[in-house]
Structures are given as C-alpha cells and as structure tokens.
Write a protein that binds this ligand. Structure first.
Ligand SMILES: C[S@@+](CC[C@H](N)C(=O)[O-])C[C@H]1O[C@@H](n2cnc3c(N)ncnc32)[C@H](O)[C@@H]1O
Length: 331
C-alpha cells in the first residue's frame, strides 16, 4: 500500500501532520527501516516522499467481554454491559439464566481486561449489619483481597469481608470538596475508610467508626498506607460513640438504616454542623419521607435544620435511587 517514508528524527512530527490531513491509514503497524519510518496512508499527499510497502494489520483488541464470550444466542442479550472493578477484582451481577455460563463469562472478562486477576458473581444482595454480600468465584485467582485506588488514595480491602462500592467515588469527592480545612469529621459508618482517608487531607481529625472488625482492620492498614494519622479508627456500635464528639461534619453512609441513627448524628454536630445523610428513595418521590424524618427528629431535640442539597447518587433497584441529603443543624 501507499506509504510516506519519514526520516526517524522527524517521524513524530510527520505522523501528527498525516493525522491532521486525515490520511494516516488506521489499523496498521508502522514499519521501521533503518533510519526511516514508513507510515501507511489512504491517499497521495504532497511534500512527502511516497513509497509502496506492505504493512501488518493490527489486531483490534476487543473492548468488551461480550465480543469474545461463548454463550448460546438465546441468552446473549442478557449479558450485563457493565460490572464493578475493585482493585484487580471484577464483580458482575448475572441473571439466573447466565449462572451456568459463569466460568465462560469470567474467562472472557480476564481475556479482555488484562489488569483483572479474579472474577466473582454477586451471590446475594448486600446483607446484614456489615452490609456484605455472598460472592461466587467464576474465574481467575481464588482471592478476595485487593488494593483499590480512588480519588488519589489507596485502599486495601477484602471484597468478601467488608462493604465497598467503587460507584461512590464521585459522591465521596463531592463531599470532600464541601469540606473546609481544619474540620472535625465524624464518619459514622466508615468501612475501610474511603471517606475518612480522603477527608483526612483537609480535616483536623476524623473519627471513623465501624462495627465490622474486618473493616476496622483494613481501615487501620489504610491509615498507615496513606499516612492519614489524623484518622481515629473506632471499632464498635456508633451509638456508643455518638454524642461524645462535637463534629463540624458527619457522614452517614448507611443508606439502608441511616434514618435510625439521625438522633445520634444530630447530637454529634456542633451548632451549624453539616450532616451528609444517605437513603434509598422511589423515583416518584425521592426525598420527602427522609426529609420528614430529619425534621421530626430535629424538632424532638429542639433543633432546626436547613436543607443544603439533595441529589441522586446512583440507581439502586428498578425505579429506586440511592439519594443524598446534606443538611445543616442549628442548635
Ligand atoms: C454501606 S457501608 C459504608 C462503608 C463506607 N462508608 C464506604 O463508603 O465504603 C456501611 C458500614 O456501616 C457499618 N455499620 C453498620 N451498622 C453500624 C453501627 N451500628 N455502628 C457502626 N458501624 C455500623 C457496616 O459494618 C458497614 O461497614
């Protein structure tokens, strides 16, 4: 095919020019010949030395596991278009009809996403006080411990022993951006520390509580890993700690049950303190029920609240959303 013969030292400049002219042929490996580089082109161009040459066609790497997985045509439309990646572990939600093809799906994910080393299917909903789920091994290494990076921090965790959702990274960054330097933060349901360790970059102290001993073990490791020495990890029920701290900012990331801890949260902020409340709400009325509870508890305690922001965090179930309400407590 037609090619431009470029001296090696000008190759990059010429490559950019050919792209600019829209004539660089895509999908071929460039050729190096001594002091020259040959670029395949789609049509003649002026001002360059042109030659005829053969080029090796580049194999296009598949972008999705769905391009390579072998499953019967009947179930192919059911293949999920996305899955969670936590560190080097993939966790996919498979409908019942695909569970029999779990290994093929897992192997296809490993083939296409080279950085993934183990694939699991969700085996249950997030359950219990620790908010963890069963996992079913599909392919790759039989391991659930990993190192996840988000928002510039590193988090060690075990996906089978603690709650962690990579889908909350943007929400955590939103809260971080609201925080002001020198604050005292109370992370009521801290898990392995994705909020606590991020907020520690601005805060004076972060009190980080969790009931799950595995979460606190990893939180302690993550404090060391990120040198977040101003995070105070506390193992136990948050009800025992609440009211003993006077925070500027409280994070209530336990959407399933946060409403049961509103009293504790409000007793743990100083006058003007901000609470980041999470819940689940139906699409047709996301916030009313939660706001009614927030106002009722504030009234009981003799406080008033000012709603600062409401937002959908992510879809949770059909027609259900994980929502966030930020509010200020005036005492
Ligand atoms: C939804 S997870 C959130 C974890 C973390 N904030 C994150 O974003 O990954 C809720 C956490 O609250 C903890 N938890 C549940 N009830 C608790 C309680 N009464 N006191 C302290 N922690 C609790 C669970 O063990 C779990 O780690």
């Amino acid at each position: 095919m037609l090619a431009v013969k470029a001296p090696k030292r000008e190759a990059e400049k010429i490559r950019k020019k050919l792209i600019e002219l829209g004539v660089l042929a895509k999908g071929y490996a460039v050729r190096r010949e001594g002091e020259f580089v040959l670029f395949p082109i789609t049509e003649e161009v002026e001002d360059f030395e042109l030659v005829e040459a053969d080029f090796k066609k580049l194999e296009r790497r598949p972008r999705s596991y769905r391009e390579v997985v072998e499953v019967p045509d009947g179930v192919r439309p059911l293949l999920p278009s996305s899955f969670d990646i936590i560190g080097d572990i993939a966790i996919i939600e498979l409908p019942e009809e695909l569970m029999g093809y779990g290994n093929a799906i897992g192997e296809a994910i490993l083939e296409v996403h080279r950085h993934i080393k183990a694939v699991f299917a969700k085996g249950s909903k997030v359950e219990g006080e620790y908010r963890v789920r069963e996992l079913i091994h599909l392919a790759g290494e039989m391991r659930t411990g990993t190192l996840h990076r988000e928002n510039g921090i590193r988090l060690k965790l075990d996906v089978a022993k603690v709650y962690f959702s990579p889908r909350l990274a943007t929400e955590r960054m939103r809260v971080f951006e609201k925080a002001r330097p020198g604050e005292v933060v109370f992370d009521m349901f801290a898990g392995v520390g994705p909020y606590s360790i991020l907020l520690a970059k601005k805060a004076r102290f972060v009190f980080a509580v969790d009931l799950n001993p595995w979460a606190i073990k990893y939180l302690e490791e993550n404090i060391r890993l990120n040198r977040a020495d101003n995070v105070v990890p506390i193992l136990g029920d948050v009800r025992k700690v609440a009211g003993k701290v006077e925070a500027d900012r409280v994070i209530m990331n336990l959407p399933k049950f946060a409403d049961r801890f509103l009293r504790e949260a409000m007793l743990s902020v100083g006058d003007g303190g901000v609470i980041h409340y999470y819940g689940f709400g139906p699409e047709e009325d996301l916030y009313s029920e939660h706001e009614a509870k927030i106002k009722a508890i504030a009234r009981e305690l003799g406080f008033t609240v000012e709603i600062l922001e409401r937002r959908k965090v992510r879809p949770y179930a059909p027609r259900q959303f994980n929502i966030a309400i930020d509010f200020r407590v005036l005492k």
